[in-house]
Write a protein that binds this ligand. Sequence first.
Ligand SMILES: [Zn+2]
Length: 479
Amino acid sequence: MEMEAVIGLEIHVELNCATKMFCDCPNRPGDEPNSNTCPICLWFPGAIPQFGRAALEKAALLCLGLNAELQPKSAFDQKVYYYPDLPKGYQLSQAHLPLSRGGWIEIADEQGKPKKLRIHHIHMEEDVAKLLHEMEGRTPISLVDFNRAGAPLVEIVTEPDFRSSYDAMEFLKALRAQVRYVGSSECSMENGTMRVDANISVRPKGTDQMNTKVEVKNMNSVRHVGDAIAHEITRQSACFQSGEAIILHTRLWDPEKKATLPMRAKFAGPCVPDPAVPVIELSAEWIAEMKKRLPEMPAARAARFSTQYGMTAEEATYLSAEPDVALYFETLIGEGIAPRTAMHWLTTQLMPALKEKKMELASCKVTPSRFAQLLSMLAQDEINANAAREVLTHLFDSDETPDRIVAARGFKQVSDPGALCSLIDKVLAEQPAALNDLKNGQAKAIGFLVGKVMQASGGKANPKMIKEMLAGKLDSYNQ
Ligand SMILES: [Zn+2]
């Protein structure tokens, strides 16, 4: 029997607000443990939570960026359960009236066709504290860090529209790009600012059964989400085929064992309206104002890059996936660099170099204006491509302008016809076989000779001119 998976995702995104959701403590969970706390976020009895506008605006922009409908009325509930990272016994979350309903993300499916994956709703909630498990001598101890307690979160709950690990991974990549565009979060699974739980069930292909689902947690990269889902589909399909019952429970992904393992269930209590936090009412004017603040989103930007700059769909998607890359690309064009040159040098030279050096585009020394100066020198034949690549390596760790680096290191291209002519004659004298080929009308000798002349010039000759001059010789020999 061929099986099919039914998958839904629940994604927690930590908003990058300066302060926590219900108090003015800094929202910096990585600081010295328990340094960013106050009676509200230590959850002392009697402390009244004060809901902040910053979290509401960041959350609202995130919802709009995911095509969701902001609700005129939303409210916080107390989600009741006790755990050492939640000593007040309840979490403030929106269980009944979420901030937004609906929404979708479009991905390209495995055949390249557009596929819309729907969002059920998006709600806001406060984060819980963080538990650290350590050893004190031979005694295991658990420590609680309240820096994260009360940090602003949204939870994105999707419809069960996903059929494969591929769908889930593409959705998460697109989600991350869209949330980064609106500026609400870095959405880094590695740093914990995006956390994903997957609900997975299986059924015979072609049926519309909704079978018992299993929740999988503890994945800390998009790749792990894909691996965990693929593993769970295989495991459940085997259970289903052998007639073994699948029971509702939660499993943890173990990246070392490459398997999901059962975890003990947490007690989940009721959700009751919170009496202290006022209902959030959004006016139509406020929603319209937020819509105006929405930037051009990745799909729209990719479409524009295709039509405005003649990029292929693949190039346009790459250039628009990250807001800082898109901005860098357009800044280069603004500095007078041809779009194709900008695309080529950004994608084949600058981005790979940054990756290798583990640097960020926004904070590296190769600013768009310095990079544009370099590419202008290349376009004006002042340097050749080899020299431009060399100069680029110096731009990463020097504040010198590209033209000074070129002058100081002797990268200037040799374009003087006389100098090139004597170089060519010298090389031809050393390469009698290639000279013979030229005399016999063999055009393929030109490529070889260009390389040799470049070498003889120490990489500084103008390759375009050498090629033209050699082609001229070929013609003159064969008239
Ligand atoms: Zn606080």
